[in-house]
Design a protein. Structure first.
Length: 496
């Protein structure tokens, strides 16, 4: 099979790289395997891509190691920054192609995909700006010593990304790793390999030396597992399910104790108080759960509403939910497209059936939409009990539960009642309530009177079982550097 294929989207026609991008070249997998990626809108294959197996991971890691120790370390921090900035410019130049690929392969609405690309470019440019501002400290201990620290790259980084925001996750991983002088082997999600491969082509054009950025397609249990347990990878960064996150941590512990950062699942509470601006709250709650078809680790999937406004909120939230346009990602005004795959569709429908059986009330939705494509109607469950699976487990689809609370203490208690702690939100017009509740929620992010407003300058990550470490902002740089202490003795020999 060729290494490039012409692909047509409803918007345009372009050349899609389908090989593995290793050591600055497009290659086939050693075992010659390929797999198809499916269009979730019509369930038909788009194109086949080459598959990386363990041997390809070995080759990519060797290329990354060689680049790290030869060419890459000679590139100045400013030049690393310049390359990242150039890459950001190329993302913006090709925004229509990149957004079309995302919509085709992932199913997200084209208008939303464009926002992803804007943010991915912003993230790359932001980390480009950091590249020449990474430095240690000098530390005075006494007259006879000169002490300083160096923030050195961790080394070869394995990065494993999910399918829900393919290019955004690509940029969150590549940006800080490259800015700090590491080299990477990044595995794309098997459901959505196309945009990340196209981005590899842009990285090539941006002028990174061979081996610095290696991008491979492959399956989690094969190529992903090979990265997690590799003896010559110094750090692994993973975004995906909590289940797989645990296996990555175990594989790292059993192999070479590589550093691990994990960005995992969530079951985030979105809390609305009686005194909230109700129109504002409804629009953010709607966006909080249905954005990206509910396929967000930080989705506001548990909606807690104070009893004074509960009935009115539920009535109007249902109307708002029904107004969301669900359909073809390339359709005008589409807000919600299909779920990414048959597997995800089946999982979500399984949760919906489970909720019905457990006795929750379906306020709206609760079934598939049409009979082709992985479309699910936006779904609200009411009259739920704390121990129901739909209240405790991550559904990763356009499905939320709504719960009534009386007091602030009760809202906090329910808010903190799952094993997750990724995100949360508070809607209130009282500043004191906002601050008290924000302080009490055990979550990596608290949004006040908004939802999902992630920004590449501010850190993102989880409390509890939602992850380890933080991505984005200056905090992400810490994951990709290790500190070396140098102590120079200026005094006399101690035992002379
Ligand atoms: P989801 O269930 O939403 O598909 P996963 O956590 O399974 O999320 O997948 C996220 C990423 O992790 C994907 O790139 C996938 O290929 C990879 N992955 C899945 N299983 C493993 C594994 N056992 N080891 C390493 N990576 C894996």
């Amino acid at each position: 099979m060729a290494l490039f294929q012409t692909v047509e989207t409803p918007n345009l026609k372009y050349e899609q790289p389908v090989g593995l991008y290793i050591n600055g070249e497009w290659v086939k997998g050693v075992e010659g395997k390929t797999f198809e990626t499916i269009n979730p809108h019509n369930e038909k294959p788009i194109v086949a891509v080459h598959e990386a197996t363990e041997k390809d991971v070995d080759i990519a890691v060797a290329a990354a190691r060689k680049a790290l120790e030869t060419t890459w370390k000679k590139v100045t921090p400013s030049d690393r920054g310049r390359m990242l900035t150039r890459l950001a410019d190329l993302f913006e130049r090709d925004i229509d192609i990149l957004a079309s690929i995302e919509s085709l392969d992932n199913g997200k609405a084209f208008s939303m995909a464009k926002i992803d690309i804007v943010n991915a470019a912003g993230c790359l440019r932001y980390y480009g700006g950091w590249a020449d501002k990474i430095h240690g400290q000098t530390i005075d201990t006494d007259d006879d010593s000169l002490n300083y620290t160096r923030h050195e790259p961790v080394g070869v980084c394995g990065q494993i990304i999910p399918w829900n925001f393919p290019l955004l996750m690509w940029s969150w991983k590549i940006g800080p790793a490259i800015a700090t002088g590491n080299t990477v082997v990044l595995k794309l999600a098997e459901q959505t390999p196309l945009s990340g491969l196209y981005a590899a082509k842009l990285a090539h054009e941006a002028g990174f030396p061979p081996g610095v950025i290696n991008i491979i397609s492959g399956f989690g249990k094969v190529a992903g597992a090979a990265i997690a347990s590799h003896m010559d990878i110094d750090k692994v960064a993973f975004t995906g399910s909590t289940l797989v996150g645990r296996s990555i941590l175990q594989a790292a512990a059993k192999s070479n104790l590589k550093k691990v950062t994990l960005e995992l699942g969530g079951k985030s509470p979105n809390i609305v108080f009686n005194d909230a601006d109700i129109d504002n709250a409804i629009s953010w709650v709607n966006f909080g759960i249905y954005f990206n078809h509910g396929q967000c680790c930080c989705a506001g999937s548990r909606i807690l509403v104070q009893e004074g406004i509960y009935d009115e909120f539920l009535k109007r939230f249902k109307e708002r939910t029904l107004a969301n346009k669900v359909g073809d990602p390339f359709g005008k005004d589409t807000f919600q497209g299909p779920q990414v795959s048959q597997l995800q569709f089946d999982r979500i429908m399984g949760y919906i059936e489970e909720g019905k059986k457990a006795g929750a009330t379906v306020v709206t939705g609760g079934e598939r939409l049409g009979d082709t494509g992985y479309y699910i109607k936006p779904t609200i469950f009411a009259d739920v009990k704390e121990d129901m699976k739909i209240v405790q487990e991550e559904i990763f689809g356009p499905v939320c539960v709504i719960q009534k609370f009386k007091t602030e203490e009760e809202a906090i208690k329910i808010g903190n009642s799952t094993t997750y702690g990724l995100a949360s939100a508070v809607h209130t017009s009282n500043l004191n309530t906002a601050i008290r509740v924000s302080n009490a929620l055990k979550a990596g992010t608290v949004w006040v009177n908004n939802y999902n407003l992630i920004h590449y300058q501010t850190p993102f990550g989880g409390y509890k079982e939602s992850g380890l470490g933080r991505e984005l902002g200056s905090y992400a740089l810490e994951n990709y550097t290790q500190i070396k202490t140098v102590r120079i003795w200026l005094g006399d020999a101690l035992f002379a």
